[in-house]
Design a protein around this ligand. Structure first.
Ligand code: RTP
Ligand code: MG
Length: 158
């Protein structure tokens, strides 16, 4: 299984676009990131990169919300484990804003499997395994819109 492809594609996307575009994206610090005391470290990376925090909350999400967030994976063998895990303990949800936020945040997160993620990326530095990979980041404009709305409702006026 190639866990690397999506982020590789983001790198290509950034190069190919070559344009600056102000965007918002949705991020979530997964349960083990919160449990291990990595909230400040992770938020700090995005702040230092110049992103603006638009919305932020710490809570244990319901199974229903986890299912909605990961709807695209319904039916896959890891779906049940994923939604159980994501709703098992507190997480931190946030919306950040900045130039090319969606692709840049994916690059900063690193590829899905922490064992393959590069040092300097969040998953490369702190990830334990494919499920406990510290952070979720929206993978497209459409996903970002959908996920922001699931977790924060309408933020257009913020
Ligand atoms: P995410 O949605 O959490 O930002 O991660 P991603 O885009 O890098 O990866 P995705 O393919 O969307 O998978 C969502 C999350 O499901 C878990 N996963 N487990 N056991 C497995 O084979 C497997 N594959 C994916 C990971 O926690 C992944 O982040
Ligand atoms: Mg994903």
């Amino acid at each position: 299984m190639d866990y690397g492809c999506k982020s590789e594609k983001n790198g290509e996307l950034l190069k190919a676009e070559g344009t600056m575009k102000k965007e918002r994206t949705f991020l979530m610090i997964k349960p083990e990131g919160v449990e291990r005391g990595l909230i400040g470290e992770i938020i700090g990376r995005f702040e230092r990169k110049g992103f603006k925090i638009i919305a932020l909350k710490l809570l244990k999400i319901s199974r229903e919300v986890a299912e909605k967030q990961y709807e695209e994976h319904r039916g896959k063998d890891f779906f049940e484990g994923l939604v159980s895990y994501m709703s098992s303990a507190p997480t931190v949800s946030m919306v950040i804003e900045g130039e090319n936020a969606i692709a840049v945040a994916r690059e900063m997160a690193g590829v899905t499997n922490p064992k393959l993620a590069k040092p300097g990326t969040i998953r490369g530095d702190y990830g334990i395994d494919v499920q406990r990979n510290v952070i979720h980041a929206s993978d497209s404009e459409e996903s970002a819109k959908r996920e922001i709305s699931i977790h924060f409702g309408n933020l257009d006026s913020f």
